[in-house]
Design a protein around this ligand. Structure first.
Ligand code: TXA
Ligand code: MG
Length: 320
């Protein structure tokens, strides 16, 4: 793979149905034309991802959202107006445009307008080249299936370099949010959060005036119990119960928690936002340092903290 900062080069490749890694405000994505079955198939192959796991379609305008969806309830329109461009994915009834190879054969499609301006510009340029303003990019996180999402251009190369050839990575700098978008099922009467992210339940309820539903008919197959896993074993612990024998183990915790002697501090964020932004980099660092074990002290709270706990619990899944 080759890192570039040229959006034109990247747009030309995408328009040619090639695979390119793109920055978003959440994590880097591995993108392909969402209308091209062969390009999308290459994304699945590079990730090693099961074919029935649907992809998020990234769009540059609400007009494009209308082209990919068949209906949008008023509460979904409120969410779109409040949070797009931004780290929010809406699951909506699909239009003819959203084919089975993107939706995993479901009758819904996941769409989002990403917050990264460079990537929105790339989508617009692909639309210009193809003469199609509704053009969308299908882009899962640019990691191997079940592994840690990349938050820097170099992380994409480390993660996928051996599974791709001369494909480009558009360098947009480090991702500012650091955990994947909140996914909200908007195909029913009320919003249901399928995957927590920076935009929390309280934000959604305040915006829509509705209470978030608990259950959804919609399948989000990527939300497996084990996910976001580094090679190191991850253990979640409370701030007051750091085990005695931790020499050589990594520690992920807020800056207010000191590093016990002998532990390797992987990140010491001073806020929850910084915790999210540095979490995946810290998990990658643990593997780069060949650490066997990482202890993580999750933050308390219901917003981005809930998303951090969700990712840490999945990273720790199966660890005893
Ligand atoms: O922040 C993000 O959302 C990142 C960046 C690159 O945009 N993308 C991302 O994509 O996290 P991915 O493929 O790693 O996760 C997408 C999730 C999966 O769990 C998938 O099952 C769910 O979205 N999903 C996609 N389409 C869906 C649909 N029609 N119904 C329900 N869930 C869907
Ligand atoms: Mg992912």
């Amino acid at each position: 793979m080759r890192i570039t900062t040229d959006p034109d080069e990247v747009a030309r490749d995408l328009a040619d149905a090639r695979v390119v890694a793109i920055p978003t405000e959440t994590v880097y994505g591995l993108a392909a034309l969402a209308g091209s079955p062969s390009a999308v198939a290459r994304v699945y192959a590079a990730k090693g991802r099961p074919a029935d796991h649907p992809l998020i379609v990234h769009l540059a305008s609400t007009a494009a959202v209308d082209a990919w969806t068949s209906s949008m309830p008023p509460y979904a329109q409120s969410l779109a107006a409040a949070f797009w461009p931004g780290p929010l994915t809406l699951v909506l009834r699909r239009s003819e445009r959203a084919k089975d190879f993107v939706t995993g054969t479901q009758d819904t499609v996941a769409v989002r307008i990403p917050g990264n301006a460079l990537t929105r510009e790339v989508i617009r340029r692909v639309g210009e080249i193809l003469g199609d303003p509704g053009v969308g990019l299908a882009a899962p996180s640019a990691n191997r299936f079940g592994k840690v999402s990349p938050t820097r251009a170099q992380d994409v190369v480390t993660e996928l370099g051996e599974f791709l050839d001369d494909e480009l990575v558009l360098d947009g700098g480090p991702c500012t949010v650091g955990v994947e978008s909140t996914i909200v099922d908007c195909s029913g009467e009320r919003p249901v959060i399928l995957r927590p992210g920076q935009i929390g339940c309280e934000d959604i309820e305040a915006c829509t005036g509705l209470t978030c539903g608990e259950r959804s008919e919609v399948r989000a197959p990527g939300t497996l119990a084990a996910h976001y896993s580094p090679t190191a074993r991850v253990h979640l612990i409370a701030a007051d119960s750091v085990p005695g024998d931790t020499a050589g183990a990594g520690l992920i915790a807020l800056a207010s928690i000191p590093t016990p002697a002998g532990m390797v501090r992987l990140t010491a964020p001073d806020t929850s936002a910084h915790y999210a932004a540095s979490l995946y980099r810290a998990l990658r660092e643990a593997d780069a340092l060949n650490l066997n074990t990482v202890f993580a002290i999750p933050p308390k709270g219901d917003g981005i903290e809930a998303a951090i706990r969700d990712r840490l619990e999945r990273a720790a899944h199966g660890t005893t």
